[in-house]
Design a protein around this ligand. Structure first.
Ligand code: FEO
Length: 395
């Protein structure tokens, strides 16, 4: 990807990973991603902010050479995860005089992850500044967006926040700026749901810090630059808020049709109560889409058959994922069918260790659902309706 000028003496050396379709071997990235790196050429010092994923090393180093800089003073590592730090050793080979600027936690991680030697580091404290001459970089600690060492770098005179993962989106594009904000918002929300949602509480504090800055741009290390910072900040405020939609999510798996019949019946019954419903067939669903819906869903019903003596592994995976992503979900339960018994409910319920969930009475039936079994699902829909009423979603 060509070097792109953001402002006078400020450049993006970002590499686009158009074809990447999975991140961390877990998270679908339907629109690819980018690893943004920013070069600031000051009158006295030159700084590079973040690098690129090792898979893009050749392209990234080529870009850096094309910049024509004769020296690099500061290599700022906002975040030690390898998709941003992975080319630090290569940059240091090219510019051995450069100091890696990070905090103590970041230094320790980079020493562990990339075997960067201690002498290469210049550590900063929260609020420290470094002058590049006519420009000043301020380092602001924003722990847990996404790892404990995460920080952001603020270019004071230009009012640009280099936010690394924070406000990022897995979205490969040739556009430097987020010109189609609503389109990019879809991937930003996916990014929030998959990466940031477990840190919702910490993000609340970090948003306040960001809002206290005078901002003209937010330049994340994934996806395009936000020229209208309040757009993405307001979106984040909405996502981390305590607001719910009147919706029930039903991730399910069915082997012989019994559990499928149950979840479809429950779906219809909930709709009669005026509740939106979204079903996710776990063997084929994009878990990112499920994660996006988790952002403001109050209720999850997991549909699972019993395999041998327990829950289907895919239904356990969905519960494990919900627990890991820590959404603000308030209510959960299980529906499903079994042949001769088992512990499907316990297996699923035991996954929700991180969540303060009101676990509603499950509906487990033997074989294909009969009329009286369907009545149990109507009762469950009614209970969910009452719960949604209790939290003000239904008048
Ligand atoms: Fe994009 Fe947490 O790394």
């Amino acid at each position: 990807m060509a070097i792109q000028k953001i402002k006078e003496n400020i450049f993006s050396l970002g590499t686009q990973h158009w074809e990447r379709r999975i991140f961390d071997e877990l998270i679908p990235t339907p629109d690819g991603t980018s690893y943004n790196s920013y070069l600031i050429v000051g009158k006295e010092k030159i700084a590079l902010i973040d690098t690129a994923d090792p898979s893009k090393k050749d392209e990234f180093i080529e870009n850096l050479k094309l910049c024509g800089i004769k020296k690099l003073d500061l290599l700022i590592s906002n975040h030690a995860e390898q998709d941003h730090s992975g080319c630090i050793p290569d940059v240091l080979s090219l510019f051995p005089e450069a100091k890696v600027v990070t905090n103590e936690k970041g230094k320790s991680m980079l020493m562990d992850l990339l075997r960067v030697i201690e002498e290469k580091f210049l550590t900063v404290k929260d609020g420290d500044t470094i002058s590049l001459g006519e420009k000043t970089l301020k380092f602001i600690f924003t722990p847990w967006v996404h790892w404990p060492e995460t920080m952001v770098s603020y270019l004071e005179e230009e009012k640009i926040l280099f936010s690394c993962d924070f406000f990022g989106s897995h979205y490969a594009t040739s556009s430097l700026f987020a010109t189609d904000e609503e389109r990019i918002l879809e991937d930003a929300k996916r990014y929030y749901a998959e990466i940031m949602m477990p840190f919702r509480i910490q993000i609340k504090k970090n948003i306040e810090i960001v809002e206290s800055l005078s901002l003209e741009m937010i330049a994340p290390s994934h996806g395009p630059i936000w020229k209208n910072p309040s757009f993405i900040i307001n979106a984040y405020k909405e996502w981390i808020s305590d607001k719910f939609r009147n919706i029930v999510l039903i991730p399910f798996v069915s082997m012989h049709g019994s559990t499928k019949k149950m979840v479809e019946y429950l779906c219809d019954s909930l709709m009669k109560f005026g509740i939106d419903v979204k079903l996710f067939s776990l063997p084929v669903t994009d878990i990112g889409e499920f994660a996006i819906e988790l952002v403001d869903a109050p209720t999850i019903v997991i549909g699972s058959p019993t395999v041998l003596t327990g829950a289907h592994p895919l239904s356990i995976f969905s519960a494990y994922l919900v627990n890991a992503l820590r959404p603000k979900t308030r209510f959960a339960t299980v529906v499903g069918s079994y042949g001769w018994g088992g512990k499907a409910v316990e297996h699923i319920q035991n996954q929700f260790l991180n969540l303060k969930i009101d676990f509603l009475e499950p509906v487990l039936i033997k074989g294909y659902p009969r009329k009286e079994d369907l009545a149990l699902l109507d009762n469950l829909a009614n209970r969910i309706y009452q719960k949604h009423k209790d939290i003000g979603l239904i008048k």
